[in-house]
Design a protein around this ligand. Structure first.
Ligand code: SAM
Length: 427
């Protein structure tokens, strides 16, 4: 049966033209200690300047992690976006490193890149827990609150490496002390040395200053929020609806290592077997999705997939199985017309289009022109652009104004995003 939405299609190719993407912008805090974190200049530095500022003393992955954390915290950049950019625009990344730390490091190899991803993601996921420990070891909350941002990021990295990654503690202390000395000043190195050594001692004697689960609901929620590094309101809500045990399980899952799904792009004639063959060649461990024919799961090796350009060539997409399951409910058929009401950046639109064998149309509506532009570009890359029409519009106005009929309607309205906490940053 045809579904009716009061929409009318008025769009021509012209209507989907959008303005060019805005560059990432970073708000600058006015802190006398702050190093600059503004965007690097376009012009590449001369070879002479590059060599002069190259620092081979500090471990590159720690330097880059510290700068990424600064960018995320101060500029609101997204961790996953930065991870993708890490490889593709290494020069750009080193530009940020140089402007923030005052020197360049040697280029990151694959192992460094994996460490950066682990450290940045983990430090963000465990931030509340790490900050509790740092603050406790400072003995003075004001000292903690007024700590200069770069110093704080270096200390957070050290704490994360020691407490959560179980890295050899004295190597961690040495490396982070060196980074603080070179990037800031000798006194900052001494501060890092003192606090990290205190932490190592407390960890070795099993006496980390962690909150105890006691008192009324509110006090217990605060303790759990610190122990599992989640916002207090979230802990209270989940404890209320799920009970404490289940809430803890959910928080542990959120803070675990995220896994990713890849979807073979059948629109371009790529089968899951083809994708599996590529992953085998790249030695990326994977397993088949139990629920969806086009999907595979990977835990490690995302950087390898990015570097091998499987995504760039449009052979596959990163897409959660949960998103794929929504499309399997819509069950797109060749020849159908489908309205995707909140479509951008287009994960579900593209999957639906790839199942239509080049026949029919997915009308992709979204209020955000920039995200629709990404959808159009990806549709071309995936060779499904002939069955997608983008409509930049506010659905609320558009649905009232233009009646439109279609076989199926998908409404994927903005949500809390709490289901993807292990992959995104929420402080
Ligand atoms: C959850 S995201 C959609 C994700 C998308 N379905 C996918 O699979 O990639 C929600 C989208 O709704 C869009 N949106 C929010 N308010 C809207 C409105 N009033 N009209 C149209 N789109 C809207 C946002 O711009 C955002 O892109």
């Amino acid at each position: 049966m045809a579904h009716v939405l009061s929409l009318h299609l008025y769009l021509s190719a012209d209507a989907s033209k959008t303005s060019p993407p805005m560059p990432l912008k970073f708000s600058k805090r006015t802190n006398k200690h702050n190093k600059s974190i503004s965007a690097p200049r376009k012009r590449p530095p001369s070879p002479l300047r590059r060599t002069q500022k190259l620092n081979l003393e500090v471990s590159p992955h720690r330097a880059v992690s510290a700068v990424r954390l600064m960018r995320i915290e101060m500029g609101g950049a997204f961790a996953d976006l930065l991870n993708e950019k890490g490889k593709g625009s290494g020069d750009n990344e080193m530009g940020y490193v140089e402007r923030t730390l005052g020197f360049r490091t040697k280029d990151l190899d694959d192992r460094d890149l994996r460490l950066v991803t682990d450290i940045v993601g983990g430090t963000i996921r465990w931030r509340r827990y790490l900050d509790h420990l740092i603050c406790s070891l400072c003995h003075d909350e004001r000292k903690f609150r007024s700590m200069e941002p770069l110093l704080l990021q270096i200390i957070r990295i050290g704490f994360y490496e020691i407490v959560k990654l179980d890295m050899p503690p004295y190597a961690v202390v040495d490396e982070n002390v060196r980074l603080a000395k070179v990037a800031l000043r000798p006194g900052a190195g001494n501060m890092v040395n003192g606090i990290l050594r205190k932490l190592v001692l407390l960890k070795e004697t099993n006496s980390l200053p962690l909150p105890i689960l006691e008192g009324d609901d509110r006090a217990q929620a605060r303790a759990l929020a610190t122990l599992y590094s989640h916002p207090v309101w979230m802990v209270r809500r989940w404890t209320k609806y799920l009970g404490q045990e289940e809430a803890i399980r959910l928080m542990q899952w959120n803070n675990g290592e995220p896994s990713f799904n890849l979807r073979a792009n059948s629109g371009k004639g790529v089968t899951r077997d083809d994708l599996v063959m590529q992953l085998n060649l790249l030695k990326v461990p994977h397993e088949l999705s139990l629920h969806l024919d086009h999907f595979v799961r990977i835990k490690k090796g995302m950087q390898i997939v990015i570097q091998a350009e499987l995504l760039k060539q449009g052979l596959c997409s990163v897409q959660d199985e949960s998103a794929g399951l929504v499309v399997s409910v819509v069950n797109p058929q060749p020849g159908e017309s489908i309205i995707d009401c909140c479509a951008a950046p287009g994960g579900k639109t593209l999957y639906m289009a790839s199942l239509m064998d080049g026949q029919g149309m997915v009308y992709a509506i979204d209020i955000n022109k920039g995200r629709l532009r990404i959808l159009r570009e990806t549709a071309k890359l995936h060779q499904v652009d002939t069955v997608i029409t983008t409509i930049p519009a506010d659905l609320r106005v558009f649905a009232e104004t233009y009646p439109m009929k279609s076989d199926k309607v998908l409404l994927d309205a903005p949500c809390s995003g709490l289901g993807v906490l292990s992959k995104v940053i929420i402080y």
